[in-house]
Write a protein that binds this ligand. Structure first.
Ligand code: GLU
Length: 481
């Protein structure tokens, strides 16, 4: 039975790089009908915040991820917040001390730093020199009588540690380069290594899927699994994602947080699809897919060893594809808060003209990647347009004037409107003025919207209504009819 976990530290907003690890764990669990667990690694009391836990749970749910065990849903291996498991780490640490697997270290952080500096200067590896490993009882008593605080360190055997990683293949680490590491800090909190290994053991994790930034931690974890009499899980270290600046995506790249994309109105299935593409591709190379459709073909060993680069343009392309195909009613509902915020429509749902809104969303959906862009694209339907000086000059030209004059005359005739009638009107303007193509459409488009691009002329006229179109056209006529 596959059991995997996503184990974020709640010290900031969930960003694409992190969420991607959650997605691949979830996908892997789905693939093998296993259990996906959410575990919160919040032993760093200073940097961890409850609001980040709430937000990350919310963001993961929004993406469509569900877990069978976690702080919000419980489970038989809980608690799932590390801060609630401190007694477990303490008990195991005591056992390690008794079994001679660990020992008290009285070196202060200042002393350790000093020794690291010296090691650096003399070209030696800056590892801990294990000096407290073999203290006599007398020495221990002396240290303790001075009130010195101690950490607890795990004894690292000098051996070559080899393990197979599902993505990176065989990995080797010379443990003689790693000093005895801390498992319990002097303030009584467990170190990252210790808490992870204890929890992965007790939660019966079968596969650890995480970023390759943790690869060098894995040998320490394997030693701890052995000490816990637990067969280590299988490891899959996934390559990381970089921003366009080639720096690793991190919480510092605020704009890459899931909640930011959510605020911008990207559809959750777009982000999910996009994150799966970071480091993996279906065999048929199709880039747009519903995650449920690729579950059966997902192999963790197919994950790329090279790091992926976050590509905003590709995300936008994908966003546009999904918006084009999304259910119109759903998009209309999603558009409402953005339009309300912009002050374009009433905050009273009952006063909203849903028919107009639906038409507007449908007219504009081809030009947007996320719902916040809807406001800029659709403002022409909700407020007066601003026409730039260059466009006013363009509309004053002889050709534009001829088109606008003829068009405004025809507008009076075209009620009701249909695509056929509009076509007839444009043909009539074309016949009367002898102007066609861009010369014909552009003055009309700019007069009505103040822009060179946008929805089709039919949609624009249909949504604005004949009277508004007349008004918008006639304000540019230099010679009134
Ligand atoms: N808490 C660690 C992190 O946020 C994850 C540790 C792990 O997956 O083993 O990077």
């Amino acid at each position: 039975m596959v059991r995997v976990r996503f184990a974020p530290s709640p010290t900031g907003l969930l960003h694409i790089g992190n969420a991607r690890m959650a997605v691949f764990n979830w996908l892997f669990a789905k693939r093998y009908k296993g259990t996906f667990i959410l575990r919160i690694e919040d032993t760093d009391a200073v940097r961890s915040e409850k609001k980040f836990i709430d937000q990350l749970i919310n963001d993961l749910h929004w993406l469509g991820l569900t877990w069978q065990e976690g702080p919000d849903v419980g489970g038989q291996y809980g608690p799932y917040l590390q801060s609630e498991r401190l007694h477990i780490y303490h008990d195991i640490c005591q056992r390690f001390l008794k079994e001679g697997l660990a020992y008290r270290c009285y070196c202060t952080s200042e002393k350790l730093e000093e020794r690291r500096q010296i090691a650096r200067l003399t070209g030696k590896p800056p590892r801990y020199d294990n000096r407290c490993r073999d203290l006599t009882d007398k020495q221990k008593k002396e240290f303790e009588s001075t009130g010195l605080k101690f950490t607890i360190r795990f004894k690292v055997p000098e051996e070559l540690l080899v393990f197979d990683d599902l993505v990176r293949g065989s990995c080797q680490f010379d443990m003689s380069l790693i000093g005895d590491f801390v498992i319990m800090r002097s303030d009584g909190t467990p170190s990252f290594h210790f808490a992870v290994a204890v929890d992965d053991t007790m939660m019966q994790i079968t596969h650890v899927i995480r970023g390759e930034d943790h690869l060098s931690n894995t040998p320490c974890h394997i030693l701890l699994f052995h000490a816990l009499h637990q067969k280590p899980p299988q490891f899959a270290h996934l390559s990381l994602t970089m921003g366009a600046d080639r720096a690793l995506l991190s919480k510092r790249h605020g704009a890459f947080s899931i909640s930011e994309y959510r605020k911008l109105g990207y559809l959750p299935e777009v982000l999910l699809n996009y994150m799966v593409l970071l480091g993996w591709a279906p065999r048929d190379k199709k880039e747009k897919f519903m995650v449920d459709d690729i579950v059966g073909t997902f192999e963790i060993s197919d994950m790329s060893k090279a790091s992926s680069v976050f590509d905003q343009q590709k995300l936008d392309w994908l966003g546009g594809q999904y918006i084009r195909e999304a259910d119109l009613e759903r998009l209309t509902n999603l558009a409402i808060p953005y339009l309300q915020n912009a002050g374009f429509i009433s905050t009273d749902e009952n006063k909203i003209d849903r028919t107009k809104l639906r038409l507007t969303v449908d007219a504009v959906r081809n030009n947007i990647s996320c719902m916040s862009q809807f406001v800029q694209e659709a403002d022409i339907f909700f407020k007066d347009t601003i026409v730039s000086e260059i466009h006013v000059e363009f509309l004053s030209s002889e050709i534009s004037q001829a088109v606008l004059l003829s068009f405004s005359r025809e507008l009076h005739k075209m009620n009701p409107l249909s695509p056929e009638i509009l076509k007839g009107v444009l043909t009539a303007v074309q016949k009367e003025t002898g102007i066609n193509g861009k010369g014909l459409y552009m003055p009309i488009r700019i007069a009505l919207t103040g822009r060179e691009h946008g929805p089709t002329l039919y949609d624009i006229i249909n949504i604005l209504g004949i009277n508004t179109c007349k008004k918008r056209t006639e304000r540019f006529l230099l010679v009134k009819k």
